[in-house]
Design a protein around this ligand. Sequence first.
Ligand code: PRP
Ligand code: ADE
Length: 179
Amino acid sequence: ALIKSRALIKGSIQSIPDYPKPGILFRDVTSLLENPAAFKATMQVLIEQYKGKGITKVIGTEARGFLFGAPLALELGVGFVPVRKPGKLPREVIGESYELEYGQDTLEIHVDAIEAGDKVLLVDDLLATGGTIEATTTLVRRLGGVVEDAAFVINLPELGGETRLKKIGLNVFSICDFD
Ligand code: PRP
Ligand code: ADE
């Protein structure tokens, strides 16, 4: 059943050549979200992977991490915490800068969203270089949260994110790889 649903999920993800720039083959998770059987199968795989593991918070990273992280938190019966681009969160925040292919960006989290000792699961739609999830791990650890797991719908292994995240002590789970 797991193999069948992984094939359904992978088959629902459209690949768009030369987006957003020439030479990039863009893996588009919006086509998965439009397919209710694929979306449900995705959530079932994630729930099966993480139920009963003692997770106390789920974090989703802006923007596409929200789409999978929030329903997973609901199913696990724990709180959902958004990590956002600068200036979007209204309470006290801490921020962490990270390198992009060209330049830098910053992510922020509410300081009161994580309690010391929270066992935090990080969720995003796609793992590329791992910069987004490394910065998010740093934010949560600065607040005393325990981060050991990161989950993705899509992994692009050639971009090295999985290797990078393993080096900072994360177990990386992904539903489908695209080479
Ligand atoms: C994309 C994707 C991941 C991140 C992966 O988000 O949704 O969050 O890039 O790349 P990385 O592993 O190299 O960090 P993007 O920054 O485009 O933001 P968006 O979801 O708000 O469009
Ligand atoms: N982020 C980085 N590379 C990507 C790709 N090929 N498809 C979708 N998102 C990406």
